[in-house]
Design a protein around this ligand. Structure first.
Ligand SMILES: [Zn+2]
Ligand SMILES: [Zn+2]
Length: 339
């Protein structure tokens, strides 16, 4: 195979299929990966929204939640062998800027990202630098491994949050990210887990994968319901939506922790600052985590969680647009592209 038929991002929410050469791993550290599957992410939906709520470079192939097999290595590659199964850590940091040198490489000033600034995994073949690939045991089912990148964001966020067995957790937003939090908190030994969303399809899903309570704030008084369940309010509240800080402050107990995880760059929600001060609240802003990759691999290889339970639809690469529409419909949880 010397060419591949792939969807190319053209800006303004457009994807156009083109014949492209299969890339060659020519530069030092390059790896050629044959992609087995790639998840459709909220980021992809944001890139394809009009106007976009996430930037991507026109002319590239998007997709960053890929799993695949190493096909060929470029010169000087040290950590991988042909035949290895790999997953993608899409943000490639520079290692040189003031943030990287400070050890805060998730804040790198000069990062590139597989699938938004350079070619990604909605293609049968991906050429990527070794830096952005992690080996994962081939015993891990492909459909669990495909969650590596979103799961790494959850692991990275929770690295910031001191937790205890039995903690009562409230998660706002029952999309794929909120439900990954649910699965991870279950594994960590949380107590009561409350999940809130306004879409009943998602709430049923949350119950199925381990939420103790799935509440619709359009139907119940959420702060009251959480107080009834937890007595004090939740020990930890996750905002997996991106504009729910006001609600989070009402759901958390005094002295509790709020994790701001969802990204809504254009929203400016209001919050009762007095409550944060008066009730000793800790608020963690979190973004993709600081190298959470090895722990994420461990979590998947140990088989302690099965994120594949979130997959509701599978589409071929030729139906990527339909897959994105499915995710937008609110009647799908996770959609993956299979090759
Ligand atoms: Zn993603
Ligand atoms: Zn940097």
């Amino acid at each position: 195979m010397t060419t591949m038929y792939v969807p190319v991002f053209k800006g303004e929410g457009r994807l156009e299929y083109e014949e492209r050469p299969v890339p060659r791993p020519e530069d030092p550290g390059d790896v050629l990966v044959r992609i087995e599957a790639c998840g459709i992410c909220g980021t992809d939906m944001n890139v394809l929204a009009t106007p976009p709520t996430h930037k991507a470079t026109p002319g590239i192939i998007i997709g960053h939640e890929g799993v695949g097999i190493v096909e060929e290595l470029g010169p000087g590659t040290t950590s991988l062998r042909p035949g290895d199964r790999v997953v993608i850590a899409p943000r490639l940091t520079c290692g040189q800027c003031c943030y990287c040198r400070r050890g805060l490489d998730n804040q790198c000033d000069n990062y590139r990202t597989i699938g938004t600034t350079i070619d990604g995994a909605f293609a049968p073949y991906l050429r990527a630098p070794e830096q952005g690939l992690f080996k994962i045991d081939s015993d891990v089912p492909r459909d669990d491994a495909v969650f590596f990148e979103p799961l790494s964001c959850v692991v990275g966020a929770l690295a910031r949050v001191p937790t205890q067995a039995g903690d009562r957790v409230a998660i706002i937003g029952a999309g794929p990210m909120g439900l990954l939090f649910t699965q991870v908190f279950r594994t960590l030994g949380a107590g009561n887990i409350v999940v809130a969303d306004i879409v009943s399809y998602r709430l049923r899903f949350a119950e199925k994968i381990g939420a103790d309570h799935a509440l619709n704030p359009a139907e119940v008084d959420l702060p009251e319901a959480v107080e009834d369940i937890t007595c004090t309010g939740a020990d930890i509240v996750i905002d997996a939506v991106g504009n729910q800080i006001g609600t989070a402050v009402k759901l958390v107990r005094r002295g509790g922790q709020i994790v701001l995880f969802g990204l809504r760059p254009h929203d400016s929600p209001t919050v009762n600052q007095y409550a944060i001060t008066r009730y000793d609240l800790t608020i963690h802003g979190t973004f993709v985590g600081l190298n959470p990759f090895e722990q994420t691999i461990q979590l998947l290889e140990s088989r302690r969680i099965q994120p594949s339970k979130l997959i509701t639809h599978r589409v071929p690469l030729s139906a990527l647009v339909e897959g994105v529409e499915l995710m937008r419909s609110g009647l799908a949880m996770k959609v993956i592209v299979e090759y």
